[in-house]
Design a protein around this ligand. Structure first.
Ligand code: ADP
Ligand code: MG
Length: 254
């Protein structure tokens, strides 16, 4: 992973905009004045210590968590209580979790067809065609009739990525997608993510995979205590962190 993927940032078109976003869990202030703008085609890596609010931040973007103050806008739609807006935004945003969250009692193919058929009214044959195309792309084509439990963790995570792509999202959020995997399976998932980045997909990835961040990210964001503490291009971030907290964190993981 030494080759730097060419940047795909399009001419300033904004996909996600967070302005002064604050969130509390009860008394606990988990997100503090988060400002984040993501342009079309941009690849962001978010890192930071456990408990710093990384998952909460990205989960707010598709309303898996609710924020209390500030504004989140996705492709021009403001995320508020309006269910129509929430549904609209969820169509735009794909999400891949640490635990793959596949439906265990459905075949791989059914996992991929379920949402397009039931939530989008896509004809089954069209959904299958799309599903097979994405399964091929992540190298799982031959496994489509198996159940999730019959696949390795790395294969399941690639299925989860393909499942998200079937919904044709305009941005993909990844929450530590390789953290639950055995070391030998991490690369096969990162390779799929690198290929996805190369297609120009807008991506926000919470990950501590630094080689991935260096080769793919346009920007690395460091969070601590619910705040964005520092952000920079990957090389500047890793080689010359400016803030004490970042330096301390990097010295622990590098
Ligand atoms: P990270 O992903 O950076 O590890 P999280 O966003 O998961 O951090 O969590 C940030 C903080 O919020 C942690 O201290 C965590 O314990 C707390 N937290 C997360 N989810 C909840 C919840 N549903 N209720 C209360 N506290 C929560
Ligand atoms: Mg997390």
């Amino acid at each position: 992973m030494t080759v730097k993927i060419e940047s795909h940032i399009a001419s300033g078109e904004t996909v996600i905009e967070m302005q002064k976003v604050n969130k509390w869990y009860g008394e606990f202030h988990v997100l503090k004045d988060i400002d984040l703008t993501v342009s079309k085609g941009e690849r962001i890596v978010i890192c930071g210590p456990s408990g710093s609010g990384k998952s909460t931040l990205i989960r707010c973007i598709n309303h898996l968590e609710e924020h209390q103050e500030g504004t989140i806008t996705v492709n021009g739609t403001v995320l508020n209580e309006n269910m129509k807006n929430i549904t609209h935004i969820r169509r735009e945003v794909g999400m891949v979790f640490q635990q793959f969250n596949l439906f265990p009692h459905m075949t791989i193919l059914d996992n991929l067809c379920f949402a397009p058929v039931w939530a989008r009214n896509m004809p089954r044959d069209e959904a299958e065609e799309t599903a097979c195309r994405y399964l091929e792309r992540v190298g799982i084509g031959a496994q489509k009739d198996k159940y999730p439990g019959q696949l390795s963790g790395g294969q399941q995570q690639r299925v989860a990525i393909a499942r998200s792509l079937c919904m044709n999202p305009s941005v993909m959020l990844f929450d530590e997608p390789t953290s639950a995997l055995d070391p030998e399976m991490i690369k096969e998932v990162l390779d799929v993510m690198i290929e996805l980045a190369d297609t120009g997909m807008t991506m926000i990835c919470v990950t501590h995979e630094m080689a991935f961040a260096r080769s793919v990210a346009d920007r690395v964001i460091f969070m601590d205590g619910g705040e964005i503490v520092e952000e920079n291009t990957p090389n500047a971030f890793f080689d010359n962190p400016q803030v004490d907290r970042t330096q301390k964190f990097l010295s622990q993981i590098l």
